[in-house]
Write a protein that binds this ligand. Structure first.
Ligand SMILES: [Zn+2]
Length: 399
């Protein structure tokens, strides 16, 4: 199972048309392919947790990278396993006696992915970010660089993702685990649009490794945690709604608190700007007052009060703000302009995610569905989607 972080269907659409990713094309022809609805907010943590628990955020509790603890007034990072509610599929498999491997690019995901996973019993869990520091006690494996045959990859590199796949291939060869969960990073998709050669090269590198996994006998499942959209204007300037500045101008400083739940320690490629933010009302302004102001802002697709946001997007109420603001596909939302550092973009157009417009993800299996799942997929599949129409028509079959 591979989560192609930021794997917007647009990348696959282009490279399938160019016949540049033959292994993925074969999976789609011989197995199954559709576009699935991801969790909103379309961020990394909520969707990885939905994938490995099989539940919506209302159940697993991870609705972003940060939420505001209203008792302390502190923004709390949501990556601790204690915040993840319920069991993971990985841990359940391991408890039932399966050998399970979980590898992620960014270490922030590692502990939640490994919740309840006993690495003393032949199971493995590590991140390529901290590959050089793995120990048997903590990760179930050591000397990882030597084993994989790659140097420690940099935080901002495509190798950070390729390392995850290489390690998965090596472990598949050596240990024949029953279940591998391989979660990549979206650095490439944040930085490069589908038409840019770097992105194509990345997908060709991925495709080669997916082919290798299948060759070794794995049933390969590919999906993504979220898509990605260009959010700059014609001149290349980011289209940003600086929401905290707008609310401060309307209600005064300190009256509202905007939290950008895309924020983590790893923001150079998106400046902590995403398509989904939360507003807590901590002064005189009510949710209704805030919504009235936000509705007027260009680039805002929807503004929801807490009960509506929880209902529409299946979110946990105890970690939800008073108001949720979601941007349109071409716009992102920040807090106060002075608090976002966009220097990491280094002249690249801003590409990011978080909204409903980035919640469509590919779902591709190398093997056909059984009858029960075919019936399920037929009932729930989105009506039409070009990439898959293309691939399926190209394959001369309907599915
Ligand atoms: Zn992601």
């Amino acid at each position: 199972m591979v989560c192609i972080d930021g794997g917007d269907p647009a990348y696959l659409e282009r490279y399938l048309a160019e016949r540049a990713i033959p292994n993925i094309a074969r999976f789609m022809k011989e197995g199954f392919a559709t576009v699935a609805e991801g969790t909103v907010p379309s961020f990394t943590c909520p969707n990885n947790m939905s994938i490995i628990t099989g539940t919506p955020a209302s159940r697993h509790g991870i609705s972003g990278n940060f939420y505001l603890d209203v008792r302390t007034g502190n923004a709390v990072v949501m990556t601790g396993p204690e915040l993840l509610r319920g069991d993971t599929i990985l841990a359940r498999f391991a408890t039932a006696g399966a050998k399970v491997v979980s590898i992620t690019a960014k270490d922030k995901l590692r502990r939640q992915l490994a919740k309840g996973l006993d690495v003393s019993r032949g199971n493995v869990s590590f991140s390529s970010e901290l590959a050089e520091r793995c120990t048997v006690a903590e990760n179930g494996i050591e000397d990882v660089l030597e084993f994989v045959g790659m140097p420690q990859p940099g935080m901002y590199s495509m190798e950070l993702s390729l390392f995850v796949l290489e390690a998965g291939i090596k472990l598949l060869e050596r240990d024949r685990p029953d279940l591998l969960y391989l979660s990549l990073t979206d650095w490439v998709q944040h930085k490069y649009a589908p038409h840019e050669p770097e992105a194509k090269r990345f997908y060709q590198e991925l495709d080669r490794r997916f082919g290798r996994l299948a060759e070794l006998g794995a049933d390969v499942a590919l999906t993504a945690d979220h898509g990605m959209n260009d959010k700059s204007d014609a001149a290349g300037r980011p289209n940003v709604v600086w929401l905290q500045d707008i609310l401060d101008a309307s209600f005064g400083k300190g009256d509202t608190r905007v939290i950008c739940p895309i924020t983590d320690a790893f923001v150079a490629h998106h400046g902590a700007l995403g398509g989904f933010v939360r507003v807590w009302c901590q002064g005189r302004a009510t949710a209704q007052d805030v919504m009235k102001v936000v509705k007027q802002i260009k680039g805002v697709e929807s503004v929801l009060d807490k009960p509506t946001a929880c209902r529409v997007h299946d979110l946990p109420a105890d970690r939800e703000a008073d108001v949720v603001v979601i941007s349109t596909a071409d716009t992102c939302i920040g807090g106060a302009e002075a608090e976002h550092d966009l220097s990491g973009l280094e002249g690249h157009r801003l590409r990011t995610h978080g909204g409903v417009s980035e919640a469509k993800v590919p779902l591709i299996l190398s093997a056909p569905l059984n009858d029960a799942y075919r019936a399920k997929a037929g009932a729930g599949a989105p009506k039409s989607y070009q990439i898959f129409d293309f691939a399926l028509n190209g394959a001369g079959e309907s599915r």
